[in-house]
Design a binder for this molecule. Structure first.
Ligand code: GLU
Length: 435
């Protein structure tokens, strides 16, 4: 699993665009695979891009107009699938890139989906529940022309949650005149959501982390981990790793960070941040040193001497500016796109094993797939069956990717992309070009 093809020179850093990064990664694997130019040209474009304006009456009576996007990158392997994020920094380029990553992610783990993504430029931390609901309903109504259980199925992503999915499902259902639970996943279980979905992404991150550690001869009980982000993904990854004996020595969020070389009590931290009436942030937690400066805390976390580094926040976190300082042996990407290509090259040059996003965090969309299947059949599974199936798919996919890496003598990101692109390209060839 070590790197045998690290570039000899680190590429020069330039202004960050996730879309650029996704295209550069695709170009590199396409060249390596000798993908035919016609297929590459198709995969380099998004199949369908919808930009909508979302007028909303705010609580104080004034009208604000938000911009929203839904991008379907490729539907060659099935209906498109992917989350919706609410964030002030959302751009169309970012959503396009995340849609492309979803195509690869679904293909790596073998789900019968293509990739999509949605986003609304807004800051939900400054909005009331009523305002978030109205943004959600109008956004859903605007994009409903391209949604449907057989067309495109949204799910939660950054700053969206089961309640937002419930509003999306309700809005779509009201429009067509009957309940359509299969139009979104990540819903509350009471309206057709799946058991195990909330923890699924973090659980898959932990599963592949332990598999990667085992390959490097690291025993969980003797390993330490640093987790960037304590949202849905980071908190679940921390809990699942902790349950297997891994000591969590550093955690950060958007406001600061906690550090304790003797290990953080993750269950207590989860209660503190995310339990009923929880603080919503790490601040105020006893049992670790708190650094209230988020920039300094994140720099300290990324350079910590933990064996395993798990970025579970946003993209563009490991960059040319800080990758040299990383001391972890394994980086597992809970977030989408946390490592820039420059940082990737630096880390590979330092022999760091990187388990890429399209593999590591695929547990979320995998249990979304289980949810969709359950909704379509109106037949629900118990949680142990869901977790067993998820773990089986994650371990099988991890080993598939390792096999490609060994055969192609490449790193795991390149291997995961080769696997994904070859599956999508095969579907594309079989279906041909219409008309
Ligand atoms: N937003 C998640 C992701 O990036 C989940 C997508 C889904 O479940 O469709 O993988």
């Amino acid at each position: 699993m070590t790197t045998t093809n690290a570039p000899s020179a680190v590429p020069v850093s330039r202004p960050f665009s996730l879309w650029d990064m996704a295209c550069r990664q695709l170009d590199a694997v396409a060249a390596r695979m000798q993908l035919d130019p016609g297929t590459l040209a198709r995969l380099r474009q998004c199949q369908r891009t919808l930009v909508v304006s979302i007028p909303v009456r705010m609580d104080d009576g004034h009208v604000e107009v938000f911009e929203g996007y839904r991008v379907q990158h490729n539907s060659e392997r099935g209906p498109t699938k992917g989350g919706v994020r609410y964030h002030p920094g959302v751009t169309l380029d970012e959503v396009k890139a995340l849609a492309m990553l979803m195509t690869w992610k679904c293909a790596v783990v073998g789900l019968p989906y293509g990739g999509a993504k949605g986003g609304v430029v807004c800051d939900p931390t400054r909005m009331s529940m009523g305002e978030i609901e109205r943004v959600t309903r109008r956004y859903t109504s605007e994009i409903s022309i391209i949604l449907g259980p057989n067309k495109d199925i949204p799910a939660p992503d950054v700053n969206t949650n089961p309640q937002v999915m419930a509003w999306m499902m309700d809005t779509y259902s009201m429009t067509v005149g009957y309940s359509v639970p299969g139009v979104v996943t990540g819903k509350p279980v009471e309206i057709g959501g799946s058991l195990g979905r909330l923890d699924a992404t973090g659980r898959s991150v932990a599963t592949v982390t332990l598999a990667a550690a085992e390959r490097l001869g690291l025993h969980p009980a003797q390993s330490t981990a640093a987790i960037q982000g304590f949202g849905n993904v980071g908190s679940a990854a921390a809990r699942h790793l902790h349950a297997k004996g891994v000591k969590i020595v550093a955690v950060t969020d958007a406001y600061g960070g906690l550090f304790n070389p003797r290990g953080i009590d993750v269950a207590a931290l989860h209660e503190h941040v995310r339990g009923p009436g929880g603080a919503g942030t790490l601040q105020g937690f006893q049992g670790a040193d708190y650094d209230p400066d988020p920039v300094a805390a994140n720099a300290r976390l990324l350079a910590s001497d933990a064996d395993i580094l798990v970025p579970c926040a946003l993209e563009n976190q490991l960059t040319a500016a800080n990758a040299e300082a990383v001391r972890a042996k394994i980086v597992v990407e809970g977030a989408n796109g946390p490592t820039t290509p420059e940082a990737d090259a630096i880390l590979l040059g330092k022999d760091v094993t990187i388990v890429p996003d399209i593999l590591a965090n695929a547990g979320g969309v995998t249990v979304s797939y289980f949810e969709w299947v359950q909704d379509l059949q109106a037949n629900f599974w118990d949680e142990s069956e869901i977790n067993r199936s998820l773990d089986r798919i994650m371990l099988r996919s991890f080993h598939d990717v390792c096999d490609v890496a060994a055969r192609e003598r490449c790193d795991l990101r390149t291997a995961a992309q080769i696997l994904a692109v070859s599956r999508v390209a095969k579907a594309s060839r079989l279906r041909g070009i219409y008309p």
